[in-house]
Design a protein around this ligand. Structure first.
Ligand SMILES: NC(=O)C1=CN([C@@H]2O[C@H](COP(=O)(O)OP(=O)(O)OC[C@H]3O[C@@H](n4cnc5c(N)ncnc54)[C@H](OP(=O)(O)O)[C@@H]3O)[C@@H](O)[C@H]2O)[C@H](O)CC1
Length: 283
């Protein structure tokens, strides 16, 4: 669990929902303009896959549907109706970018968590969610696009987990960070013979080569406008979604590990031109 929801107010906010099953939800294109830091709403290890998207969906009350038949089975309509009936959207507290950073500092300071520990837990739930929704037999080819920070580290860990789950991952990691944590993650992937692709090696249409594209470029420390090469990579993911509107064209599904890259961390997809993930699997 990423942030373990250690704050009293968050626990209080959700304490009536302790019977929630694991859940992920589809991204709705109507979910623009508000982007709370959902990982910090993830409540407890009693339902570790409860996603930020679910909270966002409930908060904004758009249409929500489960991703998969399996999930539908485990997440019955009556249970869902109960969640919706009990959920008090007005009681949800939004966290700012600064709040998120401060909670991280607390976790990794006085509480003694390490970043790699949090990352492994966090991403194991991400990979598990992906495998529940996009089965490896149908979505085997996964491209993970990794940014320079911990969100990118999440992407590296996701590639490893997905390899062990039976997928064929590829990694694009154009701005490597020379910290031991990241170097170790790269070494682990190389030991598994997971291919690293440069931006130039990526096909012009990602849908030709990949069933799933994982957006692990930026999380809650993103600011300003994306700089190269991420500006282009983000546009490729935007194009993927737009291509979907052309009838009959199969495209890669997009999974954003955390906040969709390029979105304003607190305001969301302000002008509506950002990445539209198919899945926000977090936690
Ligand atoms: N909270 C947890 O328990 C955990 C969260 N995890 C994940 O980590 C990210 C947050 O990680 P962080 O390293 O703080 O930040 P980001 O990954 O979002 O990115 C920071 C790097 O991105 C660069 N950056 C920022 N803006 C831009 C831009 N416009 N263009 C290009 N590059 C940009 C930034 O460089 P700067 O020089 O600009 O500072 C950084 O290099 C969180 O979202 C979770 O996904 C971990 O799993 C650990 C547990």
């Amino acid at each position: 669990m990423t942030c373990l929801c250690l704050t009293h107010s968050i626990t209080q906010t959700h304490n009536h929902n302790h019977n929630l099953p694991h859940a992920t939800t589809t991204f709705s294109s109507s979910l623009h303009n508000r982007n709370p830091l959902f990982q910090l709403f993830s409540v407890s290890n009693q339902f570790p896959l409860l996603s930020r998207a679910l909270f966002q969906s409930i908060i904004l009350r758009p249409r929500i549907r489960p991703f998969s038949t399996n999930l539908t089975a485990s997440y019955s309509s009556s249970a869902f109706a109960q969640i919706m009936a009990n959920f008090d959207a007005d009681s949800v507290t939004y966290l700012t970018q600064r709040d998120a950073a401060e909670i991280d500092e607390t976790l990794m300071g006085p509480l003694g968590f390490s970043v790699d520990q949090l990352m492994e837990l966090d991403v194991l739930s991400v990979a598990t969610s992906i495998s529940e929704v996009y089965k490896p037999c149908e979505h085997s080819r996964v491209l993970t696009i990794c940014g320079p920070g911990n969100n990118g580290g999440d992407g590296l860990v996701a590639a490893r987990h997905l390899h062990h789950f039976g997928y064929k991952p590829f990694v694009c990691y154009p701005k490597r960070t020379p910290k031991p944590l990241y170097a170790g993650l790269v070494t682990q992937l190389e030991a598994l013979s997971i291919p690293f692709l440069s931006v130039e090696e990526l096909p012009s249409d990602l849908s030709n080569d990949f069933d799933v594209v994982i957006d692990a470029m930026f999380g809650f420390s993103f600011h300003g406008s994306p700089r190269p090469p991420f500006d282009d990579l983000i546009q490729r993911l935007v194009s993927l979604h737009n291509n979907n509107n052309q009838i009959g064209q199969k495209r890669s599904v997009i999974v954003s590990v955390d906040i969709p890259s390029g979105w304003h961390v607190e305001e969301g997809d302000v002008d509506g031109t950002g990445i539209k993930p198919d899945m926000l699997p977090h936690n």
